[in-house]
Design a protein around this ligand. Structure first.
Ligand code: PLP
Length: 409
Protein backbone atom coordinates (compact mmCIF):
# COMPACT_ATOMS: atom_id res chain seq x y z
CA UNK A 1 0.00 0.00 0.00
CA UNK A 2 1.29 3.50 -0.79
CA UNK A 3 1.96 6.04 1.95
CA UNK A 4 0.29 9.41 2.36
CA UNK A 5 1.81 12.71 3.48
CA UNK A 6 1.36 12.28 7.23
CA UNK A 7 1.50 16.01 7.80
CA UNK A 8 -2.12 16.20 6.64
CA UNK A 9 -3.04 14.02 9.61
CA UNK A 10 -1.62 16.62 11.97
CA UNK A 11 -4.01 19.36 10.83
CA UNK A 12 -6.52 20.06 13.61
CA UNK A 13 -10.23 19.30 13.26
CA UNK A 14 -12.14 20.86 10.43
CA UNK A 15 -11.20 24.07 8.71
CA UNK A 16 -12.61 27.07 10.60
CA UNK A 17 -15.30 27.93 8.06
CA UNK A 18 -16.39 24.30 7.78
CA UNK A 19 -16.98 24.24 11.54
CA UNK A 20 -18.96 27.49 11.32
CA UNK A 21 -21.05 26.09 8.46
CA UNK A 22 -21.70 22.94 10.51
CA UNK A 23 -22.95 24.92 13.52
CA UNK A 24 -25.10 27.22 11.37
CA UNK A 25 -26.64 24.26 9.57
CA UNK A 26 -27.44 22.58 12.87
CA UNK A 27 -29.04 25.80 14.14
CA UNK A 28 -31.04 26.21 10.93
CA UNK A 29 -32.35 22.66 11.17
CA UNK A 30 -33.53 23.33 14.71
CA UNK A 31 -34.94 26.79 13.78
CA UNK A 32 -36.10 26.55 10.16
CA UNK A 33 -37.71 30.02 10.19
CA UNK A 34 -34.73 31.89 11.63
CA UNK A 35 -33.65 34.80 9.42
CA UNK A 36 -29.89 34.52 9.74
CA UNK A 37 -27.61 37.45 8.86
CA UNK A 38 -24.13 36.45 7.76
CA UNK A 39 -21.33 38.71 8.88
CA UNK A 40 -18.87 35.83 8.91
CA UNK A 41 -17.15 34.66 5.76
CA UNK A 42 -15.05 37.22 3.91
CA UNK A 43 -16.82 36.96 0.57
CA UNK A 44 -18.03 39.98 -1.36
CA UNK A 45 -21.72 40.40 -2.22
CA UNK A 46 -21.85 43.20 -4.80
CA UNK A 47 -21.73 42.25 -8.50
CA UNK A 48 -18.85 42.94 -10.85
CA UNK A 49 -18.87 46.57 -12.03
CA UNK A 50 -20.03 47.47 -15.59
CA UNK A 51 -16.53 48.27 -16.89
CA UNK A 52 -15.37 44.79 -15.88
CA UNK A 53 -18.44 43.07 -17.33
CA UNK A 54 -18.09 44.95 -20.64
CA UNK A 55 -14.46 43.92 -20.99
CA UNK A 56 -15.30 40.33 -20.14
CA UNK A 57 -18.15 40.25 -22.70
CA UNK A 58 -15.87 41.59 -25.43
CA UNK A 59 -13.20 39.04 -24.62
CA UNK A 60 -15.71 36.17 -24.61
CA UNK A 61 -16.87 37.33 -28.05
CA UNK A 62 -13.26 37.32 -29.28
CA UNK A 63 -12.94 33.71 -28.21
CA UNK A 64 -15.74 32.79 -30.65
CA UNK A 65 -13.96 33.98 -33.81
CA UNK A 66 -11.05 32.36 -35.54
CA UNK A 67 -9.14 35.65 -36.00
CA UNK A 68 -9.35 36.61 -32.35
CA UNK A 69 -9.51 33.23 -30.61
CA UNK A 70 -6.77 32.59 -28.01
CA UNK A 71 -5.48 29.28 -26.76
CA UNK A 72 -2.92 28.96 -23.98
CA UNK A 73 -1.85 32.37 -22.78
CA UNK A 74 1.54 33.38 -21.42
CA UNK A 75 2.38 31.50 -18.19
CA UNK A 76 2.87 34.73 -16.24
CA UNK A 77 -0.01 36.83 -17.61
CA UNK A 78 -0.87 38.81 -20.75
CA UNK A 79 1.13 41.99 -21.43
CA UNK A 80 -1.99 44.16 -21.22
CA UNK A 81 -2.70 43.05 -17.65
CA UNK A 82 0.89 42.92 -16.40
CA UNK A 83 1.46 46.45 -17.68
CA UNK A 84 -1.83 47.72 -16.25
CA UNK A 85 -0.78 46.34 -12.83
CA UNK A 86 2.71 47.84 -13.08
CA UNK A 87 1.28 51.22 -14.00
CA UNK A 88 -1.94 51.29 -11.96
CA UNK A 89 -0.80 49.75 -8.69
CA UNK A 90 2.92 50.62 -8.65
CA UNK A 91 4.31 53.28 -11.02
CA UNK A 92 1.44 55.56 -9.97
CA UNK A 93 2.87 55.37 -6.43
CA UNK A 94 6.50 55.78 -7.46
CA UNK A 95 7.37 52.07 -7.50
CA UNK A 96 8.99 50.75 -10.65
CA UNK A 97 8.60 47.05 -11.31
CA UNK A 98 10.21 45.22 -14.21
CA UNK A 99 7.84 43.44 -16.55
CA UNK A 100 8.96 39.99 -15.39
CA UNK A 101 8.58 40.77 -11.69
CA UNK A 102 4.76 40.45 -11.89
CA UNK A 103 3.09 37.02 -12.03
CA UNK A 104 -0.64 36.90 -12.80
CA UNK A 105 -2.44 34.00 -11.13
CA UNK A 106 -5.87 32.67 -10.31
CA UNK A 107 -5.82 33.70 -6.67
CA UNK A 108 -3.84 35.03 -3.76
CA UNK A 109 -4.89 32.00 -1.74
CA UNK A 110 -3.13 29.72 -4.25
CA UNK A 111 -0.12 32.07 -4.37
CA UNK A 112 0.39 32.31 -0.62
CA UNK A 113 -0.24 28.59 -0.35
CA UNK A 114 2.10 27.66 -3.20
CA UNK A 115 5.01 29.98 -2.52
CA UNK A 116 6.15 27.73 0.34
CA UNK A 117 7.24 25.15 -2.27
CA UNK A 118 10.27 27.39 -2.73
CA UNK A 119 11.31 27.23 0.94
CA UNK A 120 13.62 24.55 2.32
CA UNK A 121 11.87 21.70 4.14
CA UNK A 122 13.20 22.85 7.49
CA UNK A 123 12.61 26.60 7.04
CA UNK A 124 11.42 28.29 10.23
CA UNK A 125 8.20 30.23 9.67
CA UNK A 126 6.90 33.22 11.62
CA UNK A 127 3.27 34.32 11.43
CA UNK A 128 1.40 37.14 13.07
CA UNK A 129 -1.19 35.80 15.47
CA UNK A 130 -4.18 35.94 14.78
CA UNK A 131 -3.54 35.04 11.16
CA UNK A 132 -5.16 34.15 7.81
CA UNK A 133 -5.07 30.34 8.24
CA UNK A 134 -3.68 29.55 4.77
CA UNK A 135 -0.11 30.61 5.69
CA UNK A 136 -0.10 28.23 8.63
CA UNK A 137 -1.89 25.25 7.10
CA UNK A 138 0.09 25.28 3.84
CA UNK A 139 3.34 25.14 5.80
CA UNK A 140 1.90 22.53 8.15
CA UNK A 141 1.08 20.35 5.13
CA UNK A 142 4.75 20.54 4.16
CA UNK A 143 5.82 19.57 7.68
CA UNK A 144 7.32 22.95 8.62
CA UNK A 145 4.87 23.74 11.41
CA UNK A 146 5.78 20.68 13.49
CA UNK A 147 3.03 19.19 15.64
CA UNK A 148 -0.21 20.77 16.78
CA UNK A 149 -0.06 20.71 20.57
CA UNK A 150 -2.39 22.66 22.92
CA UNK A 151 -3.84 24.76 20.09
CA UNK A 152 -0.39 25.74 18.76
CA UNK A 153 2.07 24.47 16.18
CA UNK A 154 5.29 23.72 18.00
CA UNK A 155 7.65 24.69 15.15
CA UNK A 156 5.94 27.96 14.20
CA UNK A 157 7.04 31.29 15.60
CA UNK A 158 3.95 33.27 16.61
CA UNK A 159 4.03 37.06 16.68
CA UNK A 160 1.09 37.95 18.94
CA UNK A 161 -1.03 40.96 17.98
CA UNK A 162 -3.51 42.17 20.54
CA UNK A 163 -5.08 45.23 22.12
CA UNK A 164 -2.07 45.51 24.46
CA UNK A 165 0.47 46.02 21.65
CA UNK A 166 -1.97 47.95 19.46
CA UNK A 167 -1.92 45.08 16.93
CA UNK A 168 1.67 45.89 15.97
CA UNK A 169 3.49 42.55 15.83
CA UNK A 170 6.76 42.20 17.74
CA UNK A 171 9.86 41.31 15.72
CA UNK A 172 10.79 37.61 15.95
CA UNK A 173 12.84 36.91 19.08
CA UNK A 174 14.83 34.13 17.36
CA UNK A 175 16.10 33.41 13.86
CA UNK A 176 13.37 32.70 11.31
CA UNK A 177 13.55 32.19 7.56
CA UNK A 178 10.17 33.54 6.53
CA UNK A 179 7.75 36.09 8.02
CA UNK A 180 4.20 36.35 6.74
CA UNK A 181 2.63 39.80 7.07
CA UNK A 182 -0.86 40.77 5.90
CA UNK A 183 -1.94 44.43 5.80
CA UNK A 184 -4.67 45.59 5.90
CA UNK A 185 -4.95 42.62 8.21
CA UNK A 186 -7.30 39.72 7.99
CA UNK A 187 -8.73 39.08 10.56
CA UNK A 188 -8.09 42.15 12.74
CA UNK A 189 -8.73 44.83 10.11
CA UNK A 190 -5.75 46.81 11.42
CA UNK A 191 -2.99 48.42 9.33
CA UNK A 192 0.68 49.31 9.81
CA UNK A 193 2.35 52.59 8.94
CA UNK A 194 5.59 52.70 6.94
CA UNK A 195 7.43 53.41 10.19
CA UNK A 196 5.93 50.29 11.76
CA UNK A 197 6.78 48.14 8.72
CA UNK A 198 10.34 49.40 8.32
CA UNK A 199 11.74 47.42 11.31
CA UNK A 200 10.49 44.21 9.66
CA UNK A 201 12.26 45.04 6.42
CA UNK A 202 15.44 45.93 8.32
CA UNK A 203 15.19 42.78 10.46
CA UNK A 204 14.69 40.60 7.38
CA UNK A 205 17.76 42.16 5.74
CA UNK A 206 19.94 41.75 8.83
CA UNK A 207 18.80 38.18 9.45
CA UNK A 208 18.57 36.91 5.89
CA UNK A 209 14.80 36.35 6.15
CA UNK A 210 12.09 36.61 3.53
CA UNK A 211 8.83 38.56 4.00
CA UNK A 212 5.67 37.34 2.31
CA UNK A 213 3.47 40.43 2.25
CA UNK A 214 -0.21 39.82 1.58
CA UNK A 215 -1.88 43.04 0.42
CA UNK A 216 -5.17 41.46 -0.68
CA UNK A 217 -7.10 44.30 1.03
CA UNK A 218 -4.99 47.21 -0.18
CA UNK A 219 -7.95 48.79 -2.02
CA UNK A 220 -9.66 49.46 1.32
CA UNK A 221 -6.95 51.79 2.58
CA UNK A 222 -8.32 55.30 2.98
CA UNK A 223 -6.08 56.72 5.71
CA UNK A 224 -3.39 58.94 4.17
CA UNK A 225 0.20 57.67 4.42
CA UNK A 226 -0.71 54.03 5.10
CA UNK A 227 1.37 52.07 2.57
CA UNK A 228 -0.57 50.20 -0.11
CA UNK A 229 2.49 48.13 -0.93
CA UNK A 230 5.46 46.97 1.11
CA UNK A 231 7.69 48.37 -1.65
CA UNK A 232 6.82 51.82 -0.35
CA UNK A 233 9.19 50.91 2.49
CA UNK A 234 12.85 51.48 1.69
CA UNK A 235 14.81 48.28 1.16
CA UNK A 236 11.76 46.03 0.75
CA UNK A 237 12.69 45.03 -2.81
CA UNK A 238 15.56 42.99 -1.41
CA UNK A 239 13.52 40.96 1.05
CA UNK A 240 9.82 40.96 0.20
CA UNK A 241 7.42 39.12 -2.07
CA UNK A 242 3.98 40.76 -2.35
CA UNK A 243 0.64 39.07 -3.07
CA UNK A 244 -2.38 41.03 -4.31
CA UNK A 245 -5.76 40.01 -5.57
CA UNK A 246 -8.70 41.33 -7.58
CA UNK A 247 -11.03 39.41 -5.23
CA UNK A 248 -11.66 42.14 -2.71
CA UNK A 249 -10.45 45.03 -4.87
CA UNK A 250 -13.01 44.36 -7.60
CA UNK A 251 -15.32 41.54 -6.51
CA UNK A 252 -13.40 38.75 -8.28
CA UNK A 253 -13.85 36.13 -5.54
CA UNK A 254 -15.79 33.95 -7.96
CA UNK A 255 -14.01 35.16 -11.10
CA UNK A 256 -10.44 34.44 -9.92
CA UNK A 257 -7.54 36.70 -10.70
CA UNK A 258 -4.61 37.83 -8.59
CA UNK A 259 -0.93 38.57 -8.93
CA UNK A 260 2.33 38.17 -7.08
CA UNK A 261 5.36 40.45 -7.26
CA UNK A 262 8.85 38.96 -6.88
CA UNK A 263 11.61 41.55 -7.34
CA UNK A 264 14.84 40.30 -8.88
CA UNK A 265 16.78 41.27 -5.75
CA UNK A 266 15.01 38.68 -3.55
CA UNK A 267 17.39 35.74 -3.15
CA UNK A 268 17.72 32.71 -0.89
CA UNK A 269 20.64 30.38 -0.33
CA UNK A 270 20.95 26.92 -1.85
CA UNK A 271 22.52 23.99 0.03
CA UNK A 272 25.96 25.00 -1.23
CA UNK A 273 25.52 28.56 0.03
CA UNK A 274 24.96 30.19 -3.38
CA UNK A 275 22.45 33.03 -3.72
CA UNK A 276 19.48 31.97 -5.86
CA UNK A 277 16.84 34.30 -7.30
CA UNK A 278 13.32 33.62 -6.01
CA UNK A 279 11.98 35.23 -9.17
CA UNK A 280 13.80 32.64 -11.30
CA UNK A 281 12.56 29.77 -9.10
CA UNK A 282 8.96 31.01 -9.26
CA UNK A 283 9.16 31.32 -13.06
CA UNK A 284 10.31 27.72 -13.19
CA UNK A 285 7.54 26.63 -10.84
CA UNK A 286 4.79 28.52 -12.69
CA UNK A 287 5.96 27.34 -16.11
CA UNK A 288 5.79 23.76 -14.85
CA UNK A 289 2.56 23.80 -12.86
CA UNK A 290 0.42 26.62 -14.24
CA UNK A 291 -1.06 27.45 -17.60
CA UNK A 292 -2.24 30.96 -17.00
CA UNK A 293 -5.53 32.67 -16.18
CA UNK A 294 -8.47 32.55 -18.61
CA UNK A 295 -8.24 35.34 -21.24
CA UNK A 296 -11.67 36.95 -20.58
CA UNK A 297 -10.83 37.09 -16.86
CA UNK A 298 -7.52 38.84 -17.54
CA UNK A 299 -9.31 41.33 -19.81
CA UNK A 300 -11.85 41.88 -17.04
CA UNK A 301 -9.06 42.47 -14.50
CA UNK A 302 -7.32 44.95 -16.81
CA UNK A 303 -10.60 46.92 -17.03
CA UNK A 304 -10.28 47.61 -13.29
CA UNK A 305 -7.46 50.04 -14.15
CA UNK A 306 -9.43 52.11 -16.68
CA UNK A 307 -10.82 55.44 -15.42
CA UNK A 308 -14.41 54.06 -15.40
CA UNK A 309 -13.24 50.85 -13.74
CA UNK A 310 -11.46 52.80 -11.01
CA UNK A 311 -14.44 55.05 -10.39
CA UNK A 312 -16.84 52.10 -10.25
CA UNK A 313 -14.78 49.88 -7.95
CA UNK A 314 -14.16 52.81 -5.61
CA UNK A 315 -17.92 53.26 -5.23
CA UNK A 316 -18.30 49.59 -4.29
CA UNK A 317 -15.48 49.76 -1.78
CA UNK A 318 -16.91 52.95 -0.30
CA UNK A 319 -20.21 51.10 0.24
CA UNK A 320 -18.45 48.27 2.11
CA UNK A 321 -16.48 50.80 4.15
CA UNK A 322 -19.75 52.52 5.03
CA UNK A 323 -20.98 49.19 6.45
CA UNK A 324 -17.72 48.90 8.37
CA UNK A 325 -18.20 52.38 9.80
CA UNK A 326 -21.74 51.54 10.84
CA UNK A 327 -20.63 48.35 12.59
CA UNK A 328 -17.74 50.10 14.32
CA UNK A 329 -19.78 53.03 15.51
CA UNK A 330 -22.83 51.12 16.65
CA UNK A 331 -20.78 48.51 18.52
CA UNK A 332 -18.72 51.23 20.16
CA UNK A 333 -21.92 53.01 21.19
CA UNK A 334 -23.12 49.74 22.70
CA UNK A 335 -19.99 49.51 24.83
CA UNK A 336 -17.95 47.04 22.78
CA UNK A 337 -14.24 47.53 22.27
CA UNK A 338 -13.62 47.39 18.52
CA UNK A 339 -10.57 47.52 16.25
CA UNK A 340 -10.07 47.71 12.49
CA UNK A 341 -12.85 48.56 10.06
CA UNK A 342 -11.31 51.87 8.93
CA UNK A 343 -8.94 50.68 6.19
CA UNK A 344 -10.35 47.17 5.95
CA UNK A 345 -13.66 45.34 5.62
CA UNK A 346 -13.07 43.57 8.95
CA UNK A 347 -14.08 44.63 12.43
CA UNK A 348 -12.34 42.88 15.29
CA UNK A 349 -14.12 43.14 18.60
CA UNK A 350 -13.30 42.12 22.12
CA UNK A 351 -15.71 39.47 23.32
CA UNK A 352 -17.62 40.85 26.31
CA UNK A 353 -18.05 39.32 29.74
CA UNK A 354 -15.09 36.96 29.71
CA UNK A 355 -16.73 34.59 27.20
CA UNK A 356 -14.63 32.55 24.80
CA UNK A 357 -14.82 33.37 21.10
CA UNK A 358 -16.89 30.25 20.38
CA UNK A 359 -19.26 30.99 23.31
CA UNK A 360 -19.86 34.44 21.83
CA UNK A 361 -20.38 32.84 18.39
CA UNK A 362 -23.09 30.58 19.81
CA UNK A 363 -24.68 33.47 21.72
CA UNK A 364 -24.81 35.75 18.65
CA UNK A 365 -26.27 32.95 16.57
CA UNK A 366 -28.82 31.95 19.16
CA UNK A 367 -29.95 35.37 20.41
CA UNK A 368 -29.38 37.58 17.32
CA UNK A 369 -29.29 35.06 14.46
CA UNK A 370 -26.03 36.60 13.34
CA UNK A 371 -23.08 34.59 12.09
CA UNK A 372 -19.62 35.97 12.79
CA UNK A 373 -16.20 34.36 13.05
CA UNK A 374 -14.64 33.35 16.37
CA UNK A 375 -11.24 34.95 16.79
CA UNK A 376 -9.72 31.78 18.22
CA UNK A 377 -10.11 30.20 14.78
CA UNK A 378 -7.35 32.52 13.57
CA UNK A 379 -4.77 31.51 16.18
CA UNK A 380 -4.18 31.46 19.93
CA UNK A 381 -4.06 35.27 20.27
CA UNK A 382 -7.49 35.47 18.63
CA UNK A 383 -9.12 33.91 21.71
CA UNK A 384 -11.41 36.45 23.34
CA UNK A 385 -11.92 38.31 20.05
CA UNK A 386 -14.50 38.05 17.28
CA UNK A 387 -14.53 39.09 13.61
CA UNK A 388 -17.43 40.74 11.79
CA UNK A 389 -17.25 41.61 8.11
CA UNK A 390 -18.61 44.55 6.16
CA UNK A 391 -19.51 42.53 3.06
CA UNK A 392 -23.24 42.19 3.65
CA UNK A 393 -25.79 44.73 2.38
CA UNK A 394 -26.35 48.05 4.14
CA UNK A 395 -29.84 46.94 5.14
CA UNK A 396 -28.74 43.59 6.60
CA UNK A 397 -25.82 45.22 8.37
CA UNK A 398 -28.15 47.78 9.91
CA UNK A 399 -30.57 45.04 11.01
CA UNK A 400 -27.69 43.08 12.51
CA UNK A 401 -26.55 46.08 14.55
CA UNK A 402 -30.11 46.63 15.82
CA UNK A 403 -30.29 42.99 16.90
CA UNK A 404 -27.00 43.25 18.78
CA UNK A 405 -28.31 46.46 20.36
CA UNK A 406 -31.25 44.48 21.77
CA UNK A 407 -28.88 42.00 23.37
CA UNK A 408 -28.19 44.42 26.27
CA UNK A 409 -24.94 42.75 27.26
N1 PLP B 1 -5.26 36.74 1.41
C1 PLP B 1 -6.07 37.10 2.40
C2 PLP B 1 -5.50 37.78 3.58
C3 PLP B 1 -7.44 36.83 2.35
O1 PLP B 1 -8.23 37.18 3.36
C4 PLP B 1 -7.96 36.18 1.23
C5 PLP B 1 -9.40 35.85 1.10
O2 PLP B 1 -10.20 35.96 1.96
C6 PLP B 1 -7.09 35.81 0.22
C7 PLP B 1 -5.75 36.10 0.33
C8 PLP B 1 -7.60 35.03 -0.95
O3 PLP B 1 -7.63 35.78 -2.10
P1 PLP B 1 -8.07 35.12 -3.47
O4 PLP B 1 -9.56 35.19 -3.57
O5 PLP B 1 -7.36 35.94 -4.49
O6 PLP B 1 -7.60 33.70 -3.49
Amino acid sequence: MFHINDNFQKLPGSYLFAEIARRVKEYQQAHPDADIIRLGIGDVTKPLVPAVIDAMHKAVEEMGHEETFRGYGPDFGYDFLVNAIREGDYASRGINLAYDEVFVSDGAKCDVGNIQELFSDDAVIAVTDPVYPVYVDSNAMAGRAGDYVNDKWDRLVYLPCNAENGFVPPLPDRPVDVIYLCYPNNPSGTVLTKEQLKPFVDWAKENGALIIYDAAYRAFITTPDIPLSIYEVEGAREVAIECCSFSKTAGFTGTRCAYMVIPHEVCGLDAAGNRVSMNALWKRRMATKFNGVCYPVQRAAAAVYTPEGQRQIKEVIAAYLENARMIRESLTAQGFTVFGGVDAPYIWLKVPGGMTSWEFFDLLLDKCRIVGTPGSGFGPSGEGYFRLTAFNTLEKTRQAMARIGNLKL
